[in-house]
Design a protein around this ligand. Sequence first.
Ligand SMILES: [Zn+2]
Length: 90
Amino acid sequence: MAERDARCRQLGGDAERRSAVARANDSGLERVSAEARSKVCIYPGCERPAVPPDPRGGPQPAFCDLEEHNALSAHQERRRLEDESEAGTR
Ligand SMILES: [Zn+2]
């Protein structure tokens, strides 16, 4: 019974996450700004909050307000980290 209970909770969490994404995609601006506070920069190792979405609309940036944190630099940093971990296993 305990196992079944755990699975139910997992499914619930997943559905919650999916509905959060759906809400971010529609243009309910008030709700989006509430979520923006919990959104964190996706740059590897960065835990700064992501910049809030433009009040006139548009998707919320996935990065914080640091200029060097953008899609390109994040990609490069991820590759650098991958190289490093590969070098460590060798
Ligand atoms: Zn950042």
